[in-house]
Design a protein. Structure first.
Lengths: 111, 113
């Protein structure tokens, strides 16, 4: 029973364009929503987060949108840069129970 | 520099042997976590500890054991009972159990043959 789904295993975007990564969830008890970025053979690094009381949070080129009624989370990166090529995980928190991760989307930025 | 260290980066073992992966943090965090990542999979929680001398099973604890004798250290033992031990293991910490952001170490790649 997968509570958090990232349905696109990979995504290819041209440099300078917008990258949109999506995440769907089933449990409405999640209260914090995070995005992590991961390079091969390294630990994930925190990128951006949003609490359940908001619908948008922006940090430079990164914007996270939360649609609670649709149980949908998205990360927008604009403009996309070569260094953005990595695997992106959405991670959802339910109180003190820690984080539940999606399977990740491999973002490839093409020159 | 504050952070989380995991050593070694690569570890090789023969089947049937127990192996212990180390995780140390100097962030003064209360909570620590162990995850496992397999190709094409997300991070799956093995064990977590919210305070010294206390730990809880995660989603895939079978074949693993942990200890939390010191705040800074949370070693993970992969026992011979773990059926598929070859994986990338990640340790993380957070300020406390209510902190939403977790900080990750660089990971240990364990290969069992």
């Amino acid at each position: 029973d997968q509570q958090v789904k990232q349905n696109s295993p990979s995504l290819s975007v041209q440099e300078g364009r917008i990258s949109i990564l999506n995440c769907d969830y089933t449990n409405s008890m999640f209260d914090y929503f995070l995005w992590y970025k991961k390079y091969p053979a390294e630990g994930p690094t925190f990128l951006i987060s949003i609490s359940s009381i908001k619908d948008k949070n922006e940090d430079g080129r990164f914007t996270v949108f939360l649609n609670k009624s649709a149980k949908h989370l998205s990360l927008h990166i604009v403009p996309s840069q070569p260094g953005d090529s990595a695997v992106y995980f959405c991670a959802l928190r339910r109180g003190a129970d820690g984080l539940t991760f999606g399977k990740g989307t491999h973002l490839i930025i093409q020159p | 520099d504050g952070g989380i260290t995991q050593s070694p980066k690569y570890l090789f073992r023969k089947e049937g042997q127990n192996v212990t992966l180390s995780c140390e943090q100097n962030l003064n965090h209360d909570a620590m976590y162990w995850y496992r990542q397999d190709p094409g999979q997300g991070l799956r929680l093995i064990y977590y500890s919210q305070i010294v001398n206390d730990f809880q099973k995660g989603d895939i604890a079978e074949g693993y054991s942990v200890s939390r004798e010191k705040k800074e250290s949370f070693p993970l033992t992969v026992t011979s009972a773990q059926k598929n031990p070859t994986a990338f293991y990640l340790c993380a910490s957070s300020g406390d159990r209510w902190s939403y952001e977790q900080y990750f170490g660089p990971g240990t790649r364990l290969t069992v043959t």
